[in-house]
Ligand binder design. Sequence first.
Ligand code: PLP
Length: 288
Amino acid sequence: MTMRTVYVNGEYLPENEAKISIFDRGFLMADGVYEVTSVLDGKLIDFDGHAKRLERSLNELDMPHPDVLPDLLEVHRELVRLNGIEEGMIYLQITRGAPGDRDFVFPDPETTKPTVVLFTQNKPGLADSPAAKKGIKVISIEDQRWARRDIKTVQLLFPSMGKMMAKAAGVDDAWMVEDGAVTEGTSNNAYIIKNNTIITRHLGNEILHGITRAAVLRFAREAQMQVEERSFTIAEAQDADEAFITSASTFVMPVVEVDGVAVGNGTPGPVAARLREIYLDESRKVAI
Ligand code: PLP
């Protein structure tokens, strides 16, 4: 891969010159939040939604706002420009900074400033993904994450283990289950479609409030589709007509198998395909 230009605390640097302290609380305590915004046609998709959720994550953790917060759109755009990104993602992470030692107590925000890092991921063909035509397979696993999944923290060890469990089972991803109901995918929101009704878990602390989820549900309602925000089980998913996931980097991705059972006829269904098309078309129109 060619050398990227990344952003670290106010500076644009070659990736191999960017440095963070070993005392950074993101490194020592996973005391950090992040966002991933996709880029299509060299423009940012759903930027405002990601910026609002970022601010909410900071507030929920009493994390000081970095000075650059109001200028993050410009930083994103500059990284897109410097790295020549047409299709891909921008990763952003803010941590509570590096107080110079390890301590459970939060550092004084007057003396310890948050750490802000952004970098690009170039992904040509992101929108025209072969996986979207084939669909993905998932297994179910027990949801063993902490209880504030509505905050987008960098504490991703369990989701990462979930992806490894999926890989070991020869499938693409895992859906997490708590008290008999699906919460969400390891890095995406989960949906089923039954009798033309789109069913996805209601919002709460148990799931991340996906920015793509919000947009897709809005487009679905505008297209007069029925939407039910409620819990569903793995058995319901296996008996559904269709299933899919959403996230900033996969948009709308059909799910064709759950725990070894084909969903519908085992191929991507028409509703998921239509939602993917609407989401991509409408988001591109308002990309900035
Ligand atoms: N749920 C989890 C656990 C995630 O990690 C993500 C994205 O990373 C999502 C849902 C989807 O959110 P978004 O659509 O904002 O990318």
